[in-house]
Write a protein that binds this ligand. Structure first.
Ligand code: CDP
Ligand code: CDP
Length: 225
């Protein structure tokens, strides 16, 4: 069984995907972390974020490896755990430029399909239902208002003890900018697959979203028996 969860930034994709994966013992793959790792590699090598050839060469040199970790998934670059470093504001601000490079996308999509293999998998990103796993049995398009996504990000930082250097309005503007870039790029933009089920989590708790996804998976499991 393949479950694809797509949607804009901070809609809750990774939070709910991890919980569903744990409950069902599915493999969880966070594809956003892979584009963040590519952006981290570009920075580490002092490359321009638009330098496709340079970034592809640097990815081959360093290598990106995903490993199961305590809180979902660990990301290794050149053998080093960079799971925290790929979440800095610098990487977040530039990831949409790197992820729009066609060569980078095709490399990551190949890797994502290999990782999915033939196991039960739940994968979250922007183009999973449309491009990476078009045959996925369950496709969810998770959305929420930009304001509530910004408020959640802020709350998330507060809970983790990270000092917020931005107001909620500034976070909302950054999120909206990234959504625009991700939705308007040439290659596999953020888009709801024709057969995806849209869930608006603006007024839903995490548990309610998890329950809705589990119900969709159960429907498919029952009909395939
Ligand atoms: O967690 P957050 O919503 O901040 O983003 P993410 O899922 O970590 O993804 C970071 C960025 O990677 C996105 O803004 C996209 O530019 C890119 N991405 C993508 O292009 N395709 C995917 N399948 C996943 C992420
Ligand atoms: O992976 P993505 O960028 O889509 O979002 P996330 O990092 O999983 O979720 C962003 C924040 O929203 C997390 O702090 C979640 O706990 C929170 N969240 C929420 O408050 N209510 C929901 N229904 C879903 C997520």
């Amino acid at each position: 069984m393949q479950v694809a969860i797509d949607g804009p930034a901070s809609a809750g994709k990774s939070t709910v995907a991890k919980i569903v994966a744990n409950k069902l013992s599915f493999v969880y793959i966070d594809t956003g972390a892979m584009y963040r790792a590519c952006t981290f590699i570009a920075r580490k090598h002092g490359l321009d974020y638009g330098d496709e050839a340079g970034i592809l060469k640097a990815i081959d040199e360093d290598g990106i490896v995903l490993e199961p970790g305590e809180s979902g998934q660990k990301v290794l670059v050149a053998g080093e755990d960079v799971s925290l470093e790929i979440r800095t504001p610098e990487i977040t601000a530039n990831v949409s430029q790197v992820s729009a490079l066609p060569g980078v996308r095709s490399k990551m999509v190949d890797l994502q399909r290999k990782l999915a293999g033939s196991t039960n998998v739940i994968m979250d990103g922007r183009d999973i239902g449309t491009t990476v796993l078009p045959e996925a049995e369950v496709k969810i398009f998770l959305v929420a208002s930009a304001r509530s996504r910004a408020e959640r990000r802020l709350l998330d930082w507060q809970k983790k003890g990270i000092e917020a250097k931005q107001t909620v309005e500034e976070i909302e503007a950054d999120i909206a900018k990234r959504d625009y870039l991700d939705s308007h790029r040439e290659v596999s933009p953020l888009k709801k697959a024709a057969d995806a089920i849209e869930i608006d989590s603006t007024n839903l708790t995490i548990d309610q979203v998890v329950a809705a996804i589990l119900a969709e998976i159960a429907k498919k499991t029952n009909t395939s028996k």
